[in-house]
Ligand binder design. Structure first.
Ligand code: PLP
Length: 391
């Protein structure tokens, strides 16, 4: 059987089972679709799991990041430090509130480290946004020593469950954003997110702004029988999570460790397959810390190959295997060049990681046969394109 007769292996397939479907159907039949008991239950369950005081369900991690920056009181004249090894959501939320994005390079581990933060730091830095890339938690304590007066907003979109130094993501910074987007480690059915924080003032402001700036106090003020009454305190946003989404999320959260174990097993299998290949490097990881394995990013040793990363991905696609790249560094996009004046070459470590990186499929439903086929196909593609070594 030739490769193109085999079933394709997609880059991602969400782990939605009968329980998630039943939970969604129950909400659809209940007469209450949008934010209500299920959204509150998901907030309580996340707060308990992470060990934080406040969890606010929202419709994306982008919304959570935006609400946190707003609640921190950041605005025009303030700088927010964002590593280039991330998705544009981190930068765009700064633009929403009129703050300036200051980009930073990353270390060889693809994470923002103290030395990259030190280089990027400005007098106007108010917030640092560490990104737990791929599911590996950033050592936020080490960053705090470099910028003790900044607030730290974790982009934890990849990192549930994960930890650094025994502390779970969501408790490493002053606030954190989790994503329940379709491809993330758990989903609320396609779109969703959660803002977590221990800070009462941040939570109160974010709760107000999450839903049109409508003050919950109005309910108390008008008392019984006044359920029609509300009070608009601010020009807020429309960021609430539906009960339909939250019900799916509650099942996924119950399965969080099962799903994480499945991804870790795939990581272990890939690691073993690639261990002895001189043509690639396995993803870096810190021993002892919990890694969420949202992504498995293999790095090609381009000097050993006659083809580039794009060609390797094209050949994987020909063999029916979906692969991706995380991420095109922010400073290589026209928006960041035009608005902030960045240029190619500004962040050499991230660029070098980018040119070599391929994200392989790592979704919980993959069979061992599928994992082995991905690994073998990649090894074959590289072997066929191996650069002759001079004697
Ligand atoms: C997915 C992602 C986001 C945005 O998450 P949404 O829930 O889609 O808004 C933010 N940051 C990173 C690093 C991501 O991968």
């Amino acid at each position: 059987m030739s490769a193109n007769e085999l079933e394709p292996i997609p880059f991602h397939r969400p782990a939605i089972g009968d329980r998630e479907i039943a939970a969604a159907v129950e909400v659809l039949r209940s007469g209450w679709l949008t934010t209500g008991a299920k959204a509150h239950a998901l907030e309580a369950a996340i707060a308990k799991r992470i060990g934080v005081k406040h969890a606010l369900a929202v419709n994306s991690a982008t919304a959570a990041l935006h609400l946190a920056l707003d609640a921190f009181g950041v605005g025009p004249g303030d700088d927010v430090i964002v590593p280039v090894q991330t998705f544009t959501a981190c930068g765009e939320v700064c633009a929403y509130i009129g703050a300036r994005v200051v980009l930073a390079d990353v270390g060889e581990d693809a994470l923002l480290g103290p030395s990259q933060l030190e280089t990027a730091l400005t007098d106007a830095t108010r917030v640092v946004m560490p990104v737990h890339f791929g599911g590996q938690a950033v050592d936020v304590d080490a960053l705090r020593t470099v910028a003790p007066s900044a607030r730290f907003l974790e982009d934890a979109a990849h990192a549930l469950p994960a930890s650094a130094g025994g502390v779970p993501t969501g408790r490493l910074g002053d606030a954190a954003a989790f994503s329940f987007y379709a491809t993330k480690t758990m989903t609320t059915g396609g779109e969703g997110g959660m803002l977590v924080t221990d800070l009462d003032d941040v939570a109160n402001r974010a709760r107000l702004m999450r839903l049109h700036g409508i003050s919950a106090d109005a309910w108390n003020r008008y008392g019984a029988g006044g359920s029609w009454a509300y009070e608009v305190a601010e020009a807020g946003f429309k960021y609430n999570l539906t009960d339909l989404a939250a019900a799916i999320g509650l099942v996924q959260l119950e399965r969080l460790d099962e799903l994480a174990d499945a991804r870790t097993a795939i990581r272990t299998r890939y690691d073993a397959a690639f261990a002895s290949s001189p043509m690639m490097e396995r993803p870096p990881r810190r021993a002892g810390d919990l890694h969420a394995w949202h992504l498995y990013v293999v790095r090609l040793n381009l000097g050993t190959l006659t083809i580039d990363r794009a060609e390797v991905i094209r050949r994987l696609g020909e063999a029916g295997i979906g692969a991706s790249v995380h991420f095109i560094p922010l400073h290589l996009h026209p928006h960041y060049q035009q608005r902030y004046g960045y240029a190619p070459g500004d962040f050499p470590v991230a660029e070098s990681i980018f040119e070599r990186s391929i994200s392989l499929p790592i979704w919980p439903g993959m069979t061992e046969v599928e994992v082995d086929r991905v690994a073998a196909t990649l090894l074959e593609i590289c072997a066929a394109a191996r650069r002759p070594v001079e004697a």
